[in-house]
Design a protein around this ligand. Structure first.
Ligand SMILES: [Zn+2]
Length: 295
């Protein structure tokens, strides 16, 4: 009799435990299905170490290259000199005489770096096509004075001090859609899509999850930053912070990816890959140039 009682108690405990576990799993799955932001965060937790692109550093000797003065190179017809690769943070601040190459985006009053207008336009048009939603810009280019003002108002913890914010380059955009702005941007389908697909248009999530120790800034799903191709793709596919990407590019070495060949060079005389259809050269704000050739 005693034994039977004990047995039924154990049975009840097992049934309750199984029910609790089942309920927890059901709630987890439900949240996963209903909350795109939660789904994205779980997915990116498992993808935080992905390393899909293997880059091999090559020397100039292994390739067809030529030496040229930067001042001459930027005169070539197929060379565009822009600011797309600027690394800006507390360590690499903008000099006082830095002038951002900005212009108005369409007739919106939004000022952004000229090098990214076309790609941003493509992305926002694709978002309208896919979601029937309009992507807005909360904050884009800021002058040094405006950044100083914001930093004083909000404190350096929240807003970077003058020279340390990439908003001063016009390459960064804080984007949102109606009802989903700031940290809440990731809680809508458009926010998740921007975080997962903006690399296809040359953008990166500049302050990604799980990289706070490197960027010094907590995850900002709304802050997109232009770097151009193929850099945005490599950064996304290798789960890198922009700091890591720049540091990994050895000075004087060359890297191939798809139709692209790129190199990080120091000095006024640079070695560039020969025979590309077009080139982009940009300073990286660490004292080097990054030259990207497209074949
Ligand atoms: Zn921002």
């Amino acid at each position: 009799m005693e034994k039977e009682k004990k047995f039924s108690k154990v049975k009840i405990a097992v049934i309750i435990s199984v029910a609790v576990v089942f309920l927890c799993v059901a709630v987890f799955v439900l949240v996963l299905v209903l909350k795109p932001g939660f789904r994205y965060k779980v997915k990116s937790f498992f993808n935080s170490e992905k390393n899909e692109v293997a880059l091999t550093a090559m020397t100039a000797k292994e390739l067809d290259t030529e030496k040229v003065e930067v001042s001459e190179f930027i005169k070539w017809e197929n060379v565009s000199f822009n600011q797309s690769m600027m690394l800006v943070n507390k360590e690499y601040t903008l000099s006082d005489d830095y002038v951002a190459d900005i212009s108005e985006y369409k007739t919106t009053g939004v000022m952004m770096n000229s090098c990214m207008r076309d790609d941003y336009s493509d992305m926002s048009l694709d978002i309208i096509d896919k979601f029937d939603k309009k992507l807005f810009v909360m904050s884009s280019y800021r002058t040094a004075e405006e950044q100083e003002e914001i930093s004083k108002e909000q404190g350096e913890e929240t807003a970077m001090k003058k020279g340390a914010s990439e908003h001063q380059t016009g390459l960064a955009l804080d984007v949102y859609i109606t009802e989903f702005a700031g940290a809440g941007f990731i809680n809508c389908d458009v926010g998740v899509w921007v975080n997962e697909n903006s690399w296809k248009y040359g953008f990166i999530i500049r302050y990604p999850q799980f990289k706070e120790d490197i960027t010094g800034i907590t995850y900002e799903p709304w802050h997109i930053r232009y770097v151009g191709f193929p850099h945005s793709e490599i950064i996304y596919k290798n789960s890198l912070a922009y700091e890591e990407y720049i540091e990994n590019l050895e000075i004087g070495k060359f890297y191939e990816y798809d139709d692209y060949i790129f190199t990080r060079q120091k000095g006024d005389e640079i070695t560039v890959p020969s025979g590309c259809d077009s080139y982009v050269i940009s300073e990286d704000n660490t004292g080097c140039f990054i030259i990207t050739g497209k074949r």
